[in-house]
Design a protein around this ligand. Structure first.
Ligand code: 9Z3
Length: 311
């Protein structure tokens, strides 16, 4: 579906124009420093079933893959544009939900007026101070920008704007499309205006197919960029074929195949002429190593080779 249809079919979210400008400035600033920039998409899209929505079709994705990968890309020196589902996992914060620090952090009472001083035993919040430091370093360096989406319409418009922001960076831009995007939606013109009534009996809904955004991304919006999509299946018997199929249709550089139940410890990196399995051993899991560290490390090398080949 062409960009013009996208706009017609999905209402533009409030603030999209301003976000497009902010993203363009972010990418241009980092590009002028010669830094690589990655767009990490993360979390699931939500699809309304009614015009004034009471009910939605939602998605299981927690955003952990995206959040952990964003941390690894920042550590590798990338600028990270993090397009994420509101209230899903957030880099540096997702290991510390409020329940963990509400009781661990105590006001120390020693702060000068106007300042807040908190203390905690290191062992009650392991890694908290280091995570805070990493986040604040990225903020100070201007290498991290987070942009929120909730609905499928938000996601599609913001993805287009992000792609256009990164396009001037050519092959230095990477797209890491880990968000779980709905395949189906109800067009605005076919939505019931008011809440669907249960007195009408059992519900039958016909949903339309969502346009595949990989096509315009690869062909029109950022044709020089290094593009990685993810393929998720629940059936291990079909995931590799499905991933290869996506690679053939869209002609981007990499598909990462993963299976719902094993996604934290096993992924397969698929390119036109290779298939690389990444696996976490039990020992590595015990040490707190996450599969995204290996994945980002591998993809970073592939990106380096990609840039070299383009020049
Ligand atoms: C993924 O496959 C991600 O790895 C997960 C991560 C969503 C499984 P969590 O957020 O999980 O850490 O809980 N993302 C892409 C899923 C997707 O919708 N892919 C499309 C498909 O499979 C292709 S773009 O058809």
């Amino acid at each position: 579906m062409a960009a013009v249809d996208l706009v017609a079919e999905f209402p533009q979210p409030a603030g999209a124009t301003r976000w497009a400008e902010v993203m363009a400035r972010f990418a241009a600033g980092l590009g002028s420093q010669g830094r690589r920039v990655v767009l990490v998409t993360s979390g699931g899209t939500k699809v309304p079933l009614e015009a004034r929505p009471v009910r939605f079709l939602d998605n299981f994705s927690s955003g952990r893959r995206g959040a952990t990968s964003a941390e690894a890309f920042l550590a590798a020196g990338y600028g990270v544009l993090f397009l994420y589902r509101a209230r899903s996992a957030f880099p540096f914060a997702h290991r510390f939900p409020p329940q963990t620090w509400l009781s661990a952090l105590r006001p120390s009472g020693r702060a000068p007026p106007g300042l807040l001083s908190l203390e905690a035993e290191e062992k009650s919040l392991p890694g908290f101070a280091a995570a805070l430091r990493s986040y604040q370093e990225a903020e100070a360096a201007g290498t991290f920008l987070a942009v929120e989406f909730t609905t499928l319409a938000d996601y599609l418009h913001l993805l287009q704007a992000a792609a256009q922001a990164l396009n001037p960076l050519g092959s230095s831009a990477m797209f890491y499309l880990a968000a779980a995007v709905s395949d189906f939606y109800v067009p605005a013109s076919e939505m019931p205006k008011h809440k669907i009534q249960s007195s009408g009996g059992p519900l039958q809904i016909t949903m339309k197919m969502v346009p595949k955004m990989l096509s315009p991304l690869v062909k029109d919006w950022a044709p020089q960029a290094f593009i990685i999509s993810f393929k998720l299946e629940t059936d291990p018997a079909i995931v590799i074929d499905r991933a290869r199929n996506a690679l053939e249709i869209y002609r981007h550089q990499v598909v990462v195949a993963n299976i719902l139940d094993s996604r934290r410890s096993f992924v397969v990196i698929i390119t036109k002429d290779s298939e690389t399995e990444l696996l976490l051993s039990e020992e590595e899991v015990e040490k707190g190593i996450e599969i995204e560290e290996k994945l980002v490390d591998d993809l970073q090398s592939r990106h380096t080779a990609f840039i070299r080949d383009k020049n």
